[in-house]
Write a protein that binds this ligand. Structure first.
Ligand code: FFI
Ligand code: NDP
Length: 515
């Protein structure tokens, strides 16, 4: 019997960010392993023309939840979507809903955040800091609350090289930042943002660090734990391998490489690719929820959910495996053949960006214009290059995260819990995982049919022929121009032609003699 699964039975659980990548995997696992839980409250905002109910319906009817329906057929009744916007005061939750949440919630998993690297500081502070503060305030009014689990990121202190499972203070107090966001105008905020974020690369990592400080400062009598995952990737095993449904982190680049847009990337092949599968993060999160509620540690414990120190993989190995998988299982309607390389300095990066990214996009857009269609490739390529520039910071450095608390927790689990809530990253085989990740991108994110693989391979062959044809034509044109302008080139050309002629004549003569 799993102690953790048993613990969540009969519980009322509040999840923020349940419609996000991690939140969905968390909800799925909870329903699958503890189908007798009382209710999961999720804070949801209407989005993209969909009502709350439509959003929940879509999630529950997705492939991810197929197994849940077998073990928990009444899952629709156990999920209670509460209209909320974390950008608003009191999250714009109705009085009645708020009363229900305050009266019944036993556990909180706070996953909601803005994960955009380029978010305006005001918005990032609102969601990653102020909303966390408000949620803690709500939590302090919940008489039954047993644990508050805050999801942060391993990169909240990415300005350090070695990171321990402790909270590192930021120079300016979060309360001061929250206050200043209320009266400073956008232009001034823009001006002070670089000074505030200091040696962090973006507003995301900075505000996640502030969020942790808020958790520490406002914890009061609450039972709190913080989880810091590194780069969350597709699922490893559960509910099935390779599940992913958004383009964050490496996923977007995997798509770009598979479709042939991404040809070169400024990365350090030997740098550690600290990827962590979403199901490992979720298993650790649920184990932490149980441990925090049952064992009530005296202080707020921080758990690093990383792979680098226990089972390292590097970007070079990952890139090679991504491309090897695309050889066997290509994506449909690729722009060019999947073929990419790492560059390590600015000059080569600029060169390959011009030759392999910008030039083909301009040529393709010219072709689209000629055929009366709207050009779009240059815009797409600019977006890819912007994304690459934002991710570069993370793929050219390595960090060391200590994992004492995570390993301590592993040792506290029963053998059954170690199996059901497995977060032992040492068991992960990277090559197999990356292959399944790439397959998952094709199947679950791009929704491509596996039956289309022969056609996709055919398409790649056509692209290869076009590539050869194009290169040959380009060579001939360049050569023709050169011959017209240079005596040396003309001499070389006559030499080659006469050599070929002599060789052919000799060959013809010797074969005639043999007959
Ligand atoms: C040998 C070579 C091999 C090569 C093989 C290559 C593979 C191997 C190499 C791998 C190296 C990996 C490195 C990873 C490092 C990660 C480090 C993370 C560390 C921190 C981790 C964390 O702690 S935290 C989570 C991470 N946080 C993000 O990773 C957000 C980032 N990102 C943004 O900050 C914004 O993305 C940014 C960029 C501003 C652009 O912003 P942007 O405005 O230009 O573009 P958008 O993102 O808005 O979206 C653009 C279009 O995608 C559409 N779209 C959006 N979402 C969608 C969805 N879910 N499904 C479908 N489509 C979606 C959208 O609808 C747009 O389409 P449309 O134009 O048609 O509307
Ligand atoms: N993905 C990763 O690589 C990593 C993620 N993390 C952390 O894990 C957590 C989850 O990340 P992930 O699932 O990837 O992120 P997603 O972007 O997929 O999900 C974010 C969630 O927050 C919700 N949200 C955002 N703004 C609001 C708002 N104003 N009101 C209500 N809900 C809102 C979103 O709702 P909606 O669907 O309506 O937009 C969504 O459910 C975050 O705290 C992140 O910092 C940490 C390390 C790595």
């Amino acid at each position: 019997m799993s102690m953790i699964a048993d613990f969540y039975g009969g519980k009322s659980i509040l999840i923020t960010g349940a419609t996000g990548f991690l939140g969905k995997v968390l909800m799925e696992k909870l329903f699958r392993t503890s189908p007798d839980l009382r209710v999961i409250y999720i804070l949801v905002r209407p989005k993209a023309g969909q009502t709350l109910q439509q959003r929940v319906f879509q999630i529950l009817n997705s492939k991810l939840f197929e197994k849940v329906k077998e073990v928990c057929p009444n899952v629709h009744e156990k999920i209670r979507a509460i209209s909320a916007d974390l950008n608003q005061n009191d999250f714009a939750i109705s009085m009645q809903d708020m009363q229900e949440l305050l009266s019944y919630t036993d556990i909180i998993f706070h996953c909601a955040a803005t994960v955009r690297f380029d978010d305006h500081l005001r918005h990032a502070v609102q969601l990653n800091v102020t909303a966390t503060q408000q949620l803690l305030l709500m939590a302090s009014q919940m008489p039954n609350l047993e644990a508050f689990i805050h999801i942060s990121t391993a990169f909240s202190n990415c300005n350090l090289k070695h990171i321990d499972e402790v909270i590192y203070p930021c120079p300016v107090e979060p309360k001061k930042i929250i206050d200043s966001m209320e009266w400073l105008d956008d232009a001034i905020i823009d001006e002070i943002t670089p000074k505030l974020i200091g040696d962090r690369p973006n507003t995301y990592t900075y505000t996640k660090a502030l969020g942790e400080m808020v958790v520490q400062q406002e914890s009061g009598k609450l039972n709190i734990a913080i989880i810091r995952p590194s780069i969350v990737g597709a699922t490893w095993q559960e509910p099935f391998p390779g599940w992913v449904d958004n383009i964050n982190g490496p996923t977007g680049l995997i798509v770009a490489a598979g479709k042939g847009f991404l040809r070169s990337i400024r990365a350090t092949p030997m740098a550690v690719a600290d990827l962590i599968p979403a199901d490992i993060v979720v298993n650790l999160t649920l184990a932490v929820g149980w441990y925090t509620a049952v064992h009530r540690p005296k202080s707020t414990l921080i758990y690093h959910c990383t792979s680098g120190n226990l089972n390292p993989c590097n970007w070079g190995k990952m890139g090679i495996q991504v491309l090897a998988t695309f050889e066997k299982i290509p994506l449909e309607r690729a722009f060019r053949r999947p073929k990419a390389d790492f560059t390590t300095n600015n000059v080569t990066t600029q060169y390959w960006n011009a030759v392999s990214h910008r030039a083909p996009a301009i040529i393709y857009d010219f072709y689209l214009r000629l055929t009366g269609r709207k050009p779009r490739m240059t815009k797409l390529m600019n977006r890819l290059l912007r994304t690459l520039s934002m991710l570069e910071y993370f793929i050219n450095r390595s960090w060391e995260w200590s994992t004492y608390n995570t390993e301590m927790l592993m040792s506290k689990l029963s053998p059954e819990d170690q199996r059901v809530f497995n977060f032992d990253v040492r068991q992960l085989n990277w090559l197999e995982y990356i292959e399944n990740y790439v397959l998952g991108v094709k199947k679950y994110l791009l929704k491509e049919d596996m039956a289309g693989i022969p056609e996709a391979k055919q398409h790649l062959k056509r692209l290869r022929n076009i590539h050869y044809l194009f290169n040959t034509a380009l060579f001939l044109i360049a050569w023709r121009l050169l011959i017209a302008r240079s005596q040396v080139a003309r001499n070389v050309w006559f030499f080659i032609v006469s050599f070929c002629y002599k060789f052919l004549s000799y060959f013809r003569a010797s074969s005639t003699l043999k007959v």
